[in-house]
Design a protein around this ligand. Structure first.
Ligand SMILES: CC(C)(COP(=O)(O)OP(=O)(O)OC[C@H]1O[C@@H](n2cnc3c(N)ncnc32)[C@H](O)[C@@H]1OP(=O)(O)O)[C@@H](O)C(=O)NCCC(=O)NCCS
Length: 191
């Protein structure tokens, strides 16, 4: 998997204990990015409650970390029970790290996770003026059906295969190894 990420950045799934880091990241978004992420103006309290709900089997959050700090995230949320094959995805990248390819890698990971969870239809709410998100979606034209005249894009991930499941497992193992190395290198770094 090609990952042209900004220097020092890495992507891995968030752990259950990291909802506070997710909340802090969402609160750091500039006003315009916050509006685009939530398709409208939302309060800090709303964000805190949203972040704390990002746990459990129906939610997968991929995080983009720099120096151990969460700077970007892609949230995949299944609608309702595990039997329901529909979900939604939303993306948030802090301003300094936008337009550096992070969203592309996060969307790729999200589509793989959706596919492996049997999600057949994935919605992405996108404001009509959000050119960057629309460009990003166009890069995945083969997997996405997007009507830019409306605010909702529909993704139709193909069915999972043993190879797609293996791909996600390998990427996850790589993410854990990177996280351990990252913590070690920061601990050993001279003050
Ligand atoms: C929208 C968002 C997820 C895109 O992620 P990103 O990391 O900035 O995007 P990428 O760098 O991967 O770029 C994706 C494509 O967008 C296009 N793009 C990049 N910067 C752009 C800009 N300033 N204006 C228009 N298009 C742009 C490029 O065509 C790029 O494709 P390319 O790499 O083939 O050239 C991110 O900017 C973000 O979090 N924005 C705020 C919140 C938001 O809008 N969320 C989406 C709704 S859920």
């Amino acid at each position: 998997m090609h990952e042209p990420l900004p220097d020092g950045g890495m992507i891995r799934k968030l752990w259950i204990s990291e909802t506070d880091a997710y909340c802090d990241h969402l609160l750091r978004l500039d006003l315009e990015s916050r509006r685009r992420r939530f398709s409208g103006a939302v309060s800090d309290d709303f964000i805190a409650s949203h972040a704390s709900s990002a746990t459990g089997l129906s939610v997968v959050v991929h995080g983009f970390f720099v120096g151990g700090i969460l700077r970007g995230a892609a949230e995949l949320r299944r609608f309702g029970s595990l039997l329901i094959r529909e979900g939604e995805a939303a993306f948030s990248i802090e301003q300094l790290w936008q337009s550096h390819g992070v969203g592309t890698v996060l969307l790729e990971r999200t589509l793989l996770s959706a596919r492996n969870r049997g999600i057949k239809s994935l919605q992405m709410h996108c404001l009509a003026d959000n050119q960057r998100m629309q460009q990003l979606a166009r890069k995945f034209e083969a997997d996405l059906k997007f009507d830019f005249g409306s605010v909702v894009g529909e993704v139709d991930p193909p069915r999972y295969t043993p190879m797609s499941l293996l791909r996600e497992a390998v990427v996850d193992a790589h993410g854990v190894a990177n996280a351990i190395l990252d913590v070690q290198s920061r601990i050993l770094k001279p003050a």
